[in-house]
Design a protein. Structure first.
Length: 280
C-alpha cells in the first residue's frame, strides 16, 4: 500500500506531464504570436499577458521537463555539478515566483484602467508597464540571490542540491517563500480582481471612447478575472501542502500526504498552460 500510492502518483506524472509540456509549449507560443499583433500589443494589459506567456513557455518546457526527469525517472540535472545546482535552482525559483506577480500587475492595470478616477487611469499605460515588469523581475531576482551563495551540492546524502546547516535563516526563509508565493499574490489578485469587477459594473460612467478599443479592454478584463480565479484554484492546494511542510510543527509526512503532494504538483503544473485555454 505504501509503495503503490507513490507509484500511482509517479505514473500519473509520467503520463500527464508530457501532455502538459506539449500543450504549454504550443499554447504559450500561440499566445505570444497573438499578443504581439497590433490589435492587442498596444494595450498595457497585453504586455503583462505577453510577459506571462513568455515565462510560462519557459516553465512549460525547461522547468516541467526537469521536474518530469526528477520525479518520474530519478534523473536530477542539479546533481551534475555545483554550477548546475546553483543555476537551475536559481532560475527555476525566480521564474516560478515571477508568474503570479505578472498576474498581480495585470490585475492592478485592469483596476486602474476601469477606474472612474482620471488620474488613476493614467497608471494604465505601456511606459509604466515596462518599468513595472523590470522592477518585479529585479526584485524577485534579488530575493533569490541567496540560492547562488548558500546552496551546496553533496552527493553523499538524500538532500543533494540544497541549503545546508540548521540555522535560523534556513528555518525562516521557507516561511517567507510561502508568503511571497502562496499568500501575497492571491490576496493581491483577489483584491484588485474584485475591485476591477466592481469598476466594470460601473463602466457606463466612464467617458465614451472608441467602441472597438473599449471592447478589447473589457475582453482583457474578463480574461484576467478568469486567469486569477483559475490560478488560485490550481496553486492553492500545493501552497497549503508546502506550508504544512515548512511550518515548525511536529507534523510527520505520511505516504498519503506524499501522494497528495505529488497530485497537488500536477495541478500546479496545469497553471502553466491555463492561460492559453482561457484566452481561446
Amino acid at each position: 500500500m505504501t509503495d503503490s500510492l507513490i507509484l500511482v502518483a509517479i505514473q500519473l506524472i509520467c503520463i500527464i506531464v508530457p501532455f502538459i509540456i506539449i500543450i504549454g509549449i504550443i499554447g504559450n507560443s500561440i499566445n505570444i504570436i497573438v499578443l504581439t499583433r497590433s490589435a492587442l500589443y498596444n494595450h498595457s494589459c497585453s504586455r503583462y499577458f505577453l510577459a506571462l506567456a513568455g515565462n510560462n513557455l519557459f516553465l512549460s518546457s525547461a522547468f516541467l521537463i526537469n521536474r518530469l526527469l526528477i520525479t518520474g525517472y530519478q534523473l536530477d540535472l542539479t546533481k551534475i555539478s555545483l554550477l548546475s545546482c546553483k543555476f537551475i535552482q536559481y532560475v527555476t525559483g525566480v521564474c516560478v515566483v515571477i508568474s503570479p506577480y505578472f498576474i498581480v500587475l495585470a490585475s492592478i492595470d485592469r483596476y486602474c484602467a476601469s477606474s472612474k478616477n482620471i488620474q488613476r487611469r493614467k497608471f494604465s499605460n505601456i511606459r509604466i508597464t515596462r518599468w513595472a515588469l523590470i522592477f518585479v523581475v529585479i526584485l524577485i531576482g534579488l530575493y533569490y540571490i541567496n540560492y547562488l551563495v548558500l546552496i551546496d551540492l553533496r552527493k553523499d546524502d538524500s538532500f543533494g542540491c540544497a541549503i545546508r546547516g540548521d540555522t535560523i535563516y534556513k528555518q525562516i526563509y521557507p516561511i517567507t517563500q510561502v508568503m511571497v508565493f502562496a499568500i501575497i499574490p492571491p490576496c493581491l489578485m483577489g483584491f484588485f480582481g474584485g475591485m476591477t469587477i466592481y469598476n466594470m459594473k460601473h463602466i457606463r460612467f466612464l467617458p465614451r471612447v472608441a467602441v472597438r478599443y473599449r471592447r478589447t479592454e473589457n475582453q482583457l478584463g474578463r480574461m484576467l478575472i478568469l486567469q486569477v480565479g483559475t490560478y488560485i484554484v490550481l496553486t492553492l492546494p500545493l501552497s497549503i501542502a508546502y506550508l504544512i511542510l515548512v511550518l515548525p510543527n511536529s507534523f510527520k509526512t505520511t505516504t498519503k500526504f506524499q501522494f497528495m503532494y505529488l497530485i497537488c504538483q500536477l495541478f500546479f503544473y496545469l497553471s502553466c498552460v491555463t492561460a492559453f485555454i482561457l484566452y481561446f
